[in-house]
Design a protein. Sequence first.
Lengths: 114, 109
Amino acid sequence: KAGVTQTPRYLIKTRGQQVTLSCSPISGHRSVSWYQQTPGQGLQFLFEYFSETQRNKGNFPGRFSGRQFSNSRSEMNVSTLELGDSALYLCASSSDWGPSYEQYFGPGTRLTVT
Amino acid sequence: GQNIDQPTEMTATEGAIVQINCTYQTSGFNGLFWYQQHAGEAPTFLSYNVLDGLEEKGRFSSFLSRSKGYSYLLLKELQMKDSASYLCAVKGATNKLIFGTGTLLAVQP
């Protein structure tokens, strides 16, 4: 079974631009979560989608948004990029939504904002 | 508020045993996860505890005490490849997974 894939792997953008990141979960997984990882803050939860519905949202500004498609693929969008948005963005999928379901992480998208 | 604390860095010797502690204060509790993350790679799942006690899986064991808000990850027979960051994460009442900042373990020969 193929793992979680994320595209692109690396991205360089300029302040003020917007960016869209893509995540394809493991086949059969319906839950997709997004995280931002930075050296100082560690992994921070952005949002979680299950069957095209946002189930949970972290404490990020409205510039960060996401969606999930009927095939469980997910995208996240960041508008009006700021320098502080430079980070590794990780996507994780799990087979279902609930406490005990472990998450499988993709390799991440490294976003650099200049 | 929600808070997860882990030591920032630890050093251990190949073949030895190391214990990585994690304390947490969260709104509700639906389980505690440990993940391993090698530099430049994605986190990989190690263990899940929801009840008090010890879960053993090969060289890795994880312990949970819900009353104390405390967990530890025990790594036995350390190998050089165990050098990585170890992330403690708690699922709160809303099923959000909240991560600590991770413990960077360096295994020395």
